[in-house]
Design a protein around this ligand. Structure first.
Ligand code: GUN
Length: 292
């Protein structure tokens, strides 16, 4: 069994991005600039955004953080989005999700100029992805693909089972892995809450992608010997004996499953680390005008 080290891979990719960015600037390109909009005071969202901003510094990007109270009205948020769309110095931006209940997330996502949508959440980017046109691939799926490529994990002809059909993880990764590309050519089964015999679906998988948000859902009895296990879950569970009072666990019971898997991603230190590097990769593409 091999642990896929997201932390060191992310570090390696950030060094590469830093070098590429320096080269781009030397050749007359502008310093890539990412903006992030954070609404409210959700602890996890704050931590993610902080990490995104800090990572920009590491690779030599400019960054702008726009923080707003959870009481912000939808109109005001849409105006901020419009301002970022028009701001020529900003190459790409994200609006951290989830948003408060009184704000329509789809409306906000649709308001983002697809050219600056480095999260790849706008239907224009998702649609382009589906038909194989240049686009921003959502950060988590891009992170997983990059991880598998760098670890030389072959997908061609493999049975992949994806658990969870979210718009930002399960659905896009299942499309990407079934496409006729160097990272695709897999046979993909997308499982969800209405799947009939989920356990036997997972048992057939050569590659399991767990993205359902249920702590330690995937147990060793569900995993075929030698399977590749990619854990996208980041779940907070109570841990009264720790300083923070909680700890992070994935959607996979790591200790049990690791013994059976050929490759496995840990939580933390796995896919989550790659998500930020993917966002940086997309931002550099935006600054270079590579997609549109
Ligand atoms: N919330 C959880 N993941 C993400 C992400 O990748 N982008 C944004 N904008 N919000 C998120």
């Amino acid at each position: 069994m091999k642990i896929i080290d997201g932390r060191s891979l992310a570090k390696e990719i950030k060094s590469e991005l830093k070098r590429e960015t320096q080269k781009f600037i030397k050749q007359g390109g502008k310093t890539p600039h990412l903006a992030a909009v954070l609404v409210g005071d959700d602890g996890a969202s704050q931590a993610y955004v902080r990490n995104k901003i800090k990572s920009c510094e590491r690779v030599g990007f400019e960054s702008t953080l726009i923080k707003k109270k959870s009481t912000i009205q939808e109109d005001e948020l849409l105006e901020i989005v419009d301002g970022l769309n028009k701001n020529e110095d900003i190459d790409g931006f994200i609006v951290q999700l989830p948003l408060p209940d009184h704000i329509d997330e789809s409306k906000v996502t649709l308001a983002i100029d697809p050219v600056k949508d480095v999260d790849g959440f706008h239907p224009m980017n998702l649609g382009r992805m589906v038909i194989g046109l240049p686009c921003y691939i959502p950060a988590t799926p891009l992170g997983m693909i990059t991880m598998m490529e760098r670890y030389n994990i072959k997908t061609e002809g493999k049975n992949v089972v994806v658990l969870g059909r979210s718009n930002i993880v399960g659905t896009p990764i299942s499309i990407l892995l079934s496409q006729k590309t160097k990272w695709g050519n897999a046979t993909v089964t997308l499982c969800h809450s209405r799947t009939k015999d989920l356990v036997s679906e997972v048992q057939r998988a050569d590659i399991i992608i767990a993205a359902i948000g249920i702590p330690r859902f995937v147990t060793s009895d569900m995993v075929k010997e030698g399977a590749v296990v990619i854990d996208v879950g980041i779940n907070r569970i109570d841990a009264p004996d720790t300083k923070k009072g909680y700890k992070l666990v994935g959607d996979v019971d790591f200790d049990e499953v690791a013994a059976k898997a050929s490759y496995i991603t840990p939580v933390p230190g796995g896919v989550g680390q790659m998500t930020v590097t993917s966002l940086l990769m997309n931002t550099l593409k935006a600054a270079r005008g590579e997609i549109y």
